[in-house]
Design a protein around this ligand. Structure first.
Ligand SMILES: C[S@@+](CC[C@H](N)C(=O)[O-])C[C@H]1O[C@@H](n2cnc3c(N)ncnc32)[C@H](O)[C@@H]1O
Length: 339
């Protein structure tokens, strides 16, 4: 169970007026007003913060990744669909925790102006609290489904930079939730676009909600299944510069994987003053340039099987690309850990 820091809990619930209210109407946040964003910071912000913090902690546990981060003289970080800032604040806590004291600059991209106001407040609060000097550049851009990649390319070409971390949390699913038919292929094309802006030892973390079938009528696959198919197709393309490192079964076996609509889920438990045990269910992939992936994976001993879905009702594991429903209680190696 992970608890959000006390200063942040006070800031969210006492100063900014955040409130906890999970439930309906959370699949599209682009047009959130101030009240909806207060609900977001009290309900979903803590989840993204904890997820991002622990995912980076897990990555940093691997020697080659630790070395790559420690050797940086500065960090450039790109985040798309940043919203009120939950995952970037989680990343900042990770950097504070590893005592990264060289220059850090974030470029965030977001279409909701009110959410950007909150993002700036959280960013300033963090710098004040820890006497850090992390720099924030933000771009207020609303993407259209059909032009997401060209809009992104135009902006990133102007910035003329490569990034050490590229992250995007719970963003692409919003296109599937608001414009399902047009959105098809976006996980793939978005990853393809971003791969051009990733440094040689950079890390690309793409995370989304597992859900999607909100009305439980099986009218569409779950987001995690859509993401699996599209990213597998991206990674397998010979022109792709990237390879998976997480989930680790995908890192080892994606070249031969024929699984369709693979269901991948990790759960995080979050605690704050308004909720003793909140559970978030997400799916994610970590991708890096192919030579870096080889370097990382050659330092990990492959196991026979990994658990890559912790879904309570249907836990699943992958055995050399074969997906099996987990039926016994045996603890299996966790597909989201590199050691
Ligand atoms: C579910 S929130 C996630 C926010 C943040 N990444 C987090 O994990 O807390 C998705 C964000 O993407 C933004 N977004 C969705 N569609 C967008 C679009 N078409 N253009 C720009 N931003 C968009 C929303 O405004 C929202 O802030």
């Amino acid at each position: 169970m992970a608890e959000i820091p006390k200063y942040l809990d006070d800031f969210i619930f006492e100063e900014l007026g955040g409130f906890y209210q999970p439930g309906q109407n959370v699949d599209v946040n682009l047009r959130n007003d101030e009240t909806a964003n207060k609900r977001y910071i009290g309900t979903y912000f803590p989840r993204s913060l904890i997820e991002c913090y622990f995912i980076f902690q897990d990555l940093y546990a691997h020697d080659k990744i630790k070395e790559a981060i420690d050797n940086k003289t500065e960090l450039k970080i790109l985040d798309i669909g940043t919203g009120t800032g939950g995952n970037i604040i989680g990343l900042m806590h990770f950097l504070k925790n590893i005592k990264f004291n060289k220059p850090v600059e974030f470029l965030t991209i977001e279409g909701n102006t009110n959410a950007i106001d909150f993002q700036i407040k959280f960013f300033k609060k963090f710098n004040q609290q820890f006497q850090t000097n992390f720099r924030l550049k933000y771009a207020n851009i609303t993407f259209q489904t059909n032009t997401l990649n060209s809009q992104l390319t135009e902006l990133l070409n102007k910035m003329n930079s490569k990034y050490d971390f590229i992250t995007s949390f719970k963003f692409i699913s919003e296109f599937y939730n608001s414009d399902y038919l047009n959105a098809s292929g976006l996980f793939k094309s978005f990853s393809q676009t971003l791969s051009n802006y990733l440094n040689d030892k950079g890390i690309f973390l793409l995370l989304d909600l597992v859900s999607g079938d909100y009305e439980h009528r099986n009218t569409r696959p779950f987001t995690t299944q859509i993401m699996s198919d599209e990213l597998n197709s991206f990674i397998k393309n010979t022109t792709s510069q990237l390879a998976y490192i997480l989930p680790i079964c995908c890192g080892f076996w994606s070249d031969f994987c024929r699984t369709q609509q693979c269901y991948i889920e990790r759960q995080f438990e979050i605690k704050h003053s308004r909720r003793q045990k909140d559970i978030s269910k997400v799916t994610y992939r970590v991708m890096v340039k192919k030579p870096f992936a080889r370097e990382i994976l050659s330092n990990v001993q492959a196991k026979e099987q990994y658990q890559m879905s912790y879904n309570t009702w249907h836990p699943r594991y992958c055995r050399n690309t074969m997906v099996i429903e987990k039926t016994n209680e045996t603890e299996l190696p966790n597909a989201f850990k590199l050691i």
